[in-house]
Ligand binder design. Structure first.
Ligand code: HEC
Length: 168
């Protein structure tokens, strides 16, 4: 068994245990209005005057229509579901995608705790990166808890991807 295979099978078997923490959220590239960090994961870009990138703004809206009811305003948590602004300190992008797609539940003495699976819900999955970017900003303590007052223009690439995702 060569080293690569060994590494690959180890990471499949102990994926959760040896998962990489999320990297520095600093944006290093901008692909048609979508910002990426050094790992190539989606991230926010918020300027000193409070102007947020389009994805942060879109994520703010989507979060508050689909996640807020359980996870509280601005990812701050509720008595039912954990504060995602704490979760994303240790959870990386791939782990986030996994939980949102497949859901998760815990059955315990204090009751059941259910994170629904959103994998077939286009209103969530077509905007899953947007929600991540918004929550990443909130986790970093930037962008504020309310509706972002200023935003970049909607990128053409966003509209194209949205049409393809919602229609496809
Ligand atoms: C019906 C309530 C509900 C809704 C709606 C909901 N969640 Fe959850 N979510 C939960 C609960 C409860 C948990 C904790 C599950 C557990 O105990 O393992 C959770 C866990 C999570 C986790 C893992 C957190 C951690 O610390 O491990 C992520 C990430 C997450 N939710 C993201 C989202 C996103 C994004 C949305 C909106 C698209 C969303 N959730 C909508 C109830 C909900």
């Amino acid at each position: 068994m060569n080293k690569l295979w060994l590494l690959l099978s180890m990471s499949l078997i102990c994926g959760a245990a040896i998962a990489e923490p999320p990297g520095d959220p600093k944006a290093v590239t901008n692909e048609d209005g979508k910002y990426l960090d050094a790992n190539g994961d989606p991230t926010f870009n918020i300027t000193d005057d409070g102007t947020v990138d389009w994805y942060t703004f879109s994520g703010y809206r989507r979060y508050h229509s689909d996640c807020h009811v359980c996870h509280g305003p601005a990812g701050q948590g509720s008595t039912y579901a954990p504060p995602l602004i704490d979760s994303l300190k240790s959870m990386n992008y791939v782990e986030y995608l996994e939980v949102v797609t497949n859901g998760r539940q815990k059955v315990g003495a204090s009751g059941n705790s259910v994170m629904p699976a959103f994998g077939t819900n286009k209103n969530v999955m077509c905007y899953v990166d947007d929600i991540y970017v918004y929550l990443r900003a909130r986790t970093a303590g930037v962008g504020g808890t309310g509706r972002p007052p200023k935003k970049e223009a909607k990128p053409a690439a966003f509209t194209e991807a949205e049409t393809a995702c919602m229609g496809g």
